[in-house]
Design a protein around this ligand. Structure first.
Ligand code: SF4
Length: 694
């Protein structure tokens, strides 16, 4: 009312949702939200002209949720939560972890988060490792672990090789297993800009998505038949001599074996496996290989399979044999789902690598971190999140620290996860709101949300950006970096510098990251804060501008060459049979994100996308007497899920597509890819039955 002349500030932040990493301003009045403003005035950011998608526009709503966690909580023996002080919470967590660390460090599991900053992610893996275990992982295991392992196998590193600029400059964009228009809407604008320029768009998807509307060539393959489709395209490209012979000779190994392997994948043979007409396979192959500049982009449709690692290797191989590596307007672009999946991977929230993808099994790397952190470290590769669920069930893992994750909904085969979590001795959940996972917690730590906190984030195109604190956290909620630091100190790691957890700010932590992560060496807090467009890693020194296109001279494999993959066809681990005659796949909605902990608290988004609808082909629906709006039960060997039906030709006959945000992982298969350990949430056998009319 004019008594306190408070100043409204425009605070630059990064959208807390998807991996595009859009910039926006929060209008903040003394730490309270007054609205958002588009970041139209920052050149070179990933969202040109400040554009946002529905989620970005609704970004403030979940922060104002009435049920935000505001005090640390402790579970009583009667199964209720009581409020405790921060000092009690920190002391209890630290003492319990310390005790496991003494007796059996591998009895602990740590779950980092792609939904928080680089700094707390660095700290959670440091804490796990200093306590003696490499049992640390995060949700990339469930979305892009096969991208990381597959790209590493072919090119030597597991990241997007290019940037959005290169998508915009490409002459052909091959989108496989990726509903780009809905999952990364602002990033998709670069595809549209390329198309306006005359670029061709090829979309391969088991479902006719919004992205497919923009395709010049649409390949609707059955879920889980990607290997056959990619081999079929390479068969045509090699047979018709459309590959880049010079690039293959100079920069690749394994071409002869590839040529032998794809020989039998004639378009007619591939049509039988994938359901894609042979002439479309030929057309797609010719269009892709002859464009001069090409990009392949993918997401969960390619990765979430028991052959996800091989799918990614083949996509990378297709790119390489066409010579679409190491130059502008080309490359491979895996699109990360959460806004800091790339950063959490880069900073070692993985059971096999330290920050910067430095293997825990490499004695030299281990020695470096032993000296850096001042403790002896384990060289044994730790457990992934799905392996942890099995280890909990067997009583091998007894304590679980979950930072900003919700495995009860997000893991595959969630009935199994529920059963396993009941066996834990001790569980810590650190989050911004109550989640179904919190029901199993002994201690709950209330965290500040991303916009109430600051730090660095790495988007899908390796762009590291600083997001500033715009708002006050509610109650006693604290930043993730502060919480993990306090636990680290209380657990006895109170040495100076990198040898302890005595940080006073996220800047301190990023400086430590600069010192131990080669790709981030020159990405200092000072540079990020003064350059809102951020810096693309690798950035080896403070005077380095960052790297737009990787592998201009050599790949990061030991011999510097791309290691082409030769893979024979295998389909999903579970295929339809008499008992379960349909093929189930999972999908996402543009207005929702992950397990709804954020978008489910936005009135605007819930109003527009109120519930999941299972898509079923009209002929299947007619046979089963199902109409749009009817309740049906989808059943797999692992669980049952009631949902309303949507009768539509977006799916092929025999295929059911269900959004997973609301809990459909009760149905999905936790069979793992043998290399990346990603579960197969994109394809399994199911049956359906009508429950009731609309
Ligand atoms: Fe946020 Fe992604 Fe939408 Fe951009 S595209 S506004 S980062 S959810």
């Amino acid at each position: 009312k004019g008594v306190f002349p408070l100043e409204e500030k425009l605070v630059p932040v990064v959208c807390p949702y998807c991996g595009v990493g859009c910039r926006l301003y929060i209008k903040s009045l003394d730490g309270y939200p007054r609205g958002i403003e588009y970041a139209k005035d920052i050149p070179g950011i990933s969202n040109e002209n400040g554009k946002l998608c529905p989620k970005g526009n609704a970004v403030l709503e979940y922060l104002l949720a009435k049920d935000r966690l505001k005090k640390p909580l402790k579970a009583t023996e009667q199964g209720k939560f009581v409020e405790i002080s921060w000092s009690e919470a920190i002391k209890e967590v630290a003492e319990r972890l310390r005790a496991y660390s003494k007796d059996d460090p591998n009895a602990m599991m740590f779950f980092g988060s792609a939904r928080t900053f680089n700094e707390p992610n660095y700290l959670i893996q440091k804490l796990a490792r200093m306590l003696g275990t490499n049992n640390v992982d995060h949700c990339a295991r469930l979305c892009h672990s096969s991208t990381v392992s597959g790209l590493k196998a072919v090119f030597g590193a597991g990241a997007m090789t290019n940037t959005y600029k290169d998508i915009e400059e490409a002459n052909v964009i091959f989108i496989i297993g990726h509903n780009y228009a809905e999952t990364h809407p602002v990033g998709f604008r670069y595809v549209l800009k390329a198309k306006e320029r005359g670029a061709k768009v090829i979309v391969a998807d088991p479902r006719f998505t919004r992205t497919a509307w923009f395709a010049d060539i649409f390949l609707q393959h059955y879920p889980g038949t990607d290997i056959a489709l990619l081999n079929g395209m390479m068969h045509v490209i090699i047979k018709e001599n459309l590959y880049d012979e010079d690039f293959v000779r100079r920069r690749c190994v394994g071409f002869d074996e590839l040529a032998r392997t794809v020989e039998k994948f004639t378009p007619e043979y591939v049509e039988k496996i994938t359901g894609v007409p042979a002439e479309l396979i030929v057309q797609a192959a010719r269009t892709f290989a002859t464009a001069g500049k090409g990009v392949i982009t993918w997401a969960m449709g390619l990765t979430q399979h028991t052959h996800g690692h091989d799918n990614v290797r083949l996509a990378a191989t297709l790119s390489a044999i066409c010579g679409y590596q190491g130059k502008e307007g080309c490359g491979v672009s895996p699109m990360r789902g959460q806004n800091n999946v790339q950063g959490a991977c880069d900073l070692g929230v993985l059971p096999n690598v330290f920050p910067g993808y430095q293997a825990v099994t490499d004695p030299e790397k281990r020695k470096f971190f032993e000296e850096f952190w001042g403790v002896e470290l384990s060289g044994e590769v730790g457990l992934t999140v799905i392996e942890a669920a099995h280890a909990i069930e067997k009583g091998k893992v007894k304590a679980y620290y979950v930072m900003g994750e919700n495995p009860v909904i997000s893991d595959a085969n969630t009935n199994h996860v529920l059963k396993a979590l009941q066996k834990l001795e001790f569980m810590v959940v650190q989050d911004i709101v109550p989640t179904p996972t919190m029901e199993f917690a002994d201690i709950v730590l209330p965290a500040a949300a991303m916009l109430e906190n600051e730090g660095s984030l790495t988007n899908t195109e390796r762009r590291v950006q600083w997001s500033f604190q715009a708002l006050n956290p509610p109650g006693e909620a604290r930043p993730d970096w502060w919480i993990v630091s306090e636990i680290g100190k209380a657990a006895g790691f109170s040495g100076d510098g990198a040898r302890g957890f005595r940080y006073t700010s996220p800047e301190d932590i990023l400086r430590e990251i600069n010192a131990c992560t080669p790709q981030y060496r020159g990405i200092t807090p000072e540079r990020l804060k003064s350059n809102l467009a951020g810096i693309h890693w690798p950035c080896p020194s403070e005077d380095h501008p960052g790297t737009r296109v990787l592998y201009k001279e050599r790949f990061l494999t030991p011999d510097g060459k791309a290691h082409l993959a030769a893979v024979d066809y295998r389909g999903p681990a579970e295929v339809p049979d008499e008992e379960y005659p349909f093929l189930l796949t999972t999908i996402r909605y543009v207005g929702h994100y992950h397990t709804l902990t954020m978008t489910g608290r936005s009135r605007a988004l819930v109003k527009r996308w109120p519930e999941p609808l299972a898509e079923i082909h009209p002929e299947d629906a007619e046979r089963l007497g199902i109409k749009t709006g009817d309740w049906i039960k989808i059943e797999t060997r692992r669980g049952a899920y009631p949902v309303r039906a949507k009768v539509t030709r977006t799916v092929k006959k025999g295929v059911i597509a269900v959004p997973w945000h609301w809990g459909a992982n009760v149905l999905t298969n936790d069979a793992l890819d043998p290399v990346s350990k990603i579960p197969e949430t994109k394809a399994c056998a199911c049956r359906i039955a009508k429950i009731s009319e609309e």
